[in-house]
Design a protein around this ligand. Structure first.
Ligand SMILES: O=C(O)CCC(=O)C(=O)O
Length: 317
């Protein structure tokens, strides 16, 4: 089935450590799609777009989510890129459904970091056969790279998710999950995984891995990356917090339901992997989805402002 060289050792590293760095698996075509999509997104963010850095930060940290809903580049990447096959191999799944992207852009000199967190507590997906593929489009050294606490996916512990910018927990988190331990304050207790990476490399990690990242201390280059989340065979809709991010909209899934939609299509070049965009079909006809078309920024999260090219065209409310 595979055109992507993934060794048994890499598969075991993913399963045991919770993360593995795969070298040169994204082609220049895939990277160009991502870069084009990122620039479009930054010029016209989705309603999930947020500035994470404070106004006095010497750099600028911007995040956004669910980019495939708005920008064709990410849909094309999902169907034509190597992500589905990587996810299928590492999660040992025969069906992969695609959930969302997170965008993490740190301009040169950004101080604001990405807080330590796990991904799975943020959203309504249960299961173990799911993974995140973190794809930088700029070179990163191990300091600015995503950092992950080795083996934390096996702790069977769920930690309170937080909105980075406001340092606020998601509603309901305190009742349900435990506080994040002080990773930075206890460096001897945790083994951190991080790599020097070039464009084309990616990190695949389990969404229960504790991970975070510094700002971008480099003053000579940007640090742009997307995280893509892929759902394998055992994943189902899960009961979660009162507030979740990103939300799965336009559906009537109940806890335990497979996140299936009609009309998924086979990914070209992949013999066995069926790739589907979850909820895209139901969501497309849903008034909730219409509300989120990129021309409308009326949900109160962000406002558009004037746009000199080297500045980011948004300000937090
Ligand atoms: O790239 C970053 O700074 C953070 C990425 C992240 O937190 C994620 O992929 O969930």
């Amino acid at each position: 089935m595979s055109g992507i060289p993934i060794s048994e050792r890499e598969i075991q590293a993913y399963r045991n450590d919770g993360a593995v760095c795969l070298r040169q698996v994204f082609s220049q075509t895939a990277l160009t799609l991502i870069e084009t999509g990122i620039e479009k997104c930054m010029a016209s963010p989705t309603p999930y777009g947020r500035v994470q850095s404070k106004p006095d930060d010497p750099g600028f940290f911007f995040t956004d989510y669910y980019l495939w809903r708005y920008f064709d580049e990410f849909r094309e990447l999902m169907y034509t890129g190597p992500g589905a096959e990587i996810a299928a191999r590492l999660t040992d799944s025969s069906t992969i459904r695609y959930f969302y992207e997170g965008l993490f852009v740190k301009e040169p000199g950004t101080v604001r970091s990405s807080d330590w967190h796990q991904d799975q507590p943020y959203y309504n997906v249960d299961g173990n056969q799911l993974c995140v593929i973190w794809i930088p489009v700029d070179p990163v050294d191990s300091e600015t790279c995503l950092q992950l606490v080795k083996g934390s996916h096996l702790w069977d512990r769920w930690f309170q998710p937080v909105f980075f910018a406001s340092d606020r927990l998601l509603e309901g988190a305190e009742e349900r999950f435990e506080p994040m331990p002080d990773i930075d304050g206890n460096p001897d207790q945790y083994e951190i995984l991080a790599w020097d990476m070039k464009p084309g490399d990616c990190i695949v990690f389990h969404p229960l891995m504790i991970h975070g990242a510094t700002g971008n201390r480099r003053t000579d280059r940007r640090r742009r990356a997307i995280s893509t989340t892929w759902l394998g065979d055992d994943t189902v809709y899960g009961e979660r917090l009162r507030e979740v991010e990103p939300e799965i909209e336009g559906h009537d899934f109940k806890p335990g339901d497979r996140l299936d939609v009609e009309g998924g299509r086979l990914s070209p070049g992949l013999a066995k992997i069926r790739v589907e965009l979850i909820v895209i079909l139901s969501a497309a006809n849903d008034p909730g989805y219409q509300r989120f078309l990129p021309t409308s920024f009326s949900n109160g999260l962000i406002t558009a402002t004037a746009t000199p090219p080297e500045m980011i065209p948004i300000t937090p409310l």
